[in-house]
Design a protein around this ligand. Sequence first.
Ligand code: ZN
Length: 441
Amino acid sequence: MRKICLLLLLPTLILSGCTLPFTSAPGPDGPSSTGYLGRIDSSQVTPTVTPSNTPTCTPTPTNTPTPTPTSTPTPTNTPTPTNTSTPTPTFTPTPTPLPVNVVFNETYLSIIKERLQSYTTAELGDSLTSSSFAEYKTPYRTSDYSDYTITDDKVIFRFAANTLCEAHPAFTYETDLEEAKLFMNYTEDGVLFSETRIRKDLDPNAPMICLTFDDGPYDKVDLELLKIFEKYNGRATFFFLADRYKTQKWADTAVTLYNAGHQIATHTTKHTYFRDSYFDPDSEKYDGMKLFWQEINDSSLKLAKLVGHAPSMIRMPGGFWHDYMKNCPMPIIYWSISSGDTGKGTASSPWTAQPGETDQDVFDRKVNDISKNVLKGAFDGGVSLMHSIKTTSPEAVEKILAELSEKGYQFVTIEELIYYKGYTLKNGVEYCRRSWARTQQ
Ligand SMILES: [Zn+2]
């Protein structure tokens, strides 16, 4: 298990000896959050999303450490300890904070940027809001957030004068640690969070397939899928729309799936199709860039608050791609096997009632066609696309799982797939259309 040195991650907490009880729900197979912040194995640090800087786990004092007596209380009146037989003092190195994008999912930085844009005080004046920094088309820059400190209840970002734009004073921006924890890439024990969501007992040599479901949550379908996946010891990845969490039973459905070990990723808030016009300066939809960031930030924060941790992946509605999406703070996951479940059937198998047919006949034909499409396209490492809002999904999935399990397939989440296949994902890169392709069989 890959761990990271939390001596560097949360220096102030460690130095003050505080514990940090995380509230994020661990996966069923993950470690429980009962740990104490201590010195963690520092052997290997490889976040799933490759950061631009490789963190070091060797505390490197930048200044000569000050000897600190380990047990003798500092006298208040005399400068020298009264106990002259004090044991050899230990040395407390000055911790160097880890790069901010190693500690946090970068979506958090994007959210902070959006908040900073509306953060005006008498001290700051209009310098931020009137600058290019305030323009939505300017993506967050990781380097802007590199000077930060984590205290026992806050994350404090410091911005030097004139760094975000011209002519602003130096200032600090404090945010709530409880919220920030939702975006941390590591647990309190220094374990990569995504690994707590991965089953470690899968067979790396047996084929794996990931079935994904968009546009939910929808209790009527998703809770049926839950039962079917349970029957086959399978898990899936769901790309949900944050607007649907407004319906309590659907929000509850998302939590139920997450707690059962399924992966929940974001499919934005409102299902906006980000066509090229949204990113074209000459288009009346140019303001779409603002919407692009809002859709990512808002949907991630809502999902994080709902299930206890931020999503690590996104699927853009409609599968659209524009070069501007390279600025996306998450990997963009598409699909390599289409079920066609949003289609109308084919000429030889139309999904409309033919003379003498009942609705059930049409439904059965749809289920049959959808499951055949997935079965025909199935391959080790494949990612299929179906929908939570299609009532055909449970029966089609039952057929798919029954047949593929006969062939030895394991049904996994995207997180599990990349873990077992040894893939490395990068932010702002689309996957499954141009990689993990069927040609890689
Ligand atoms: Zn969709």
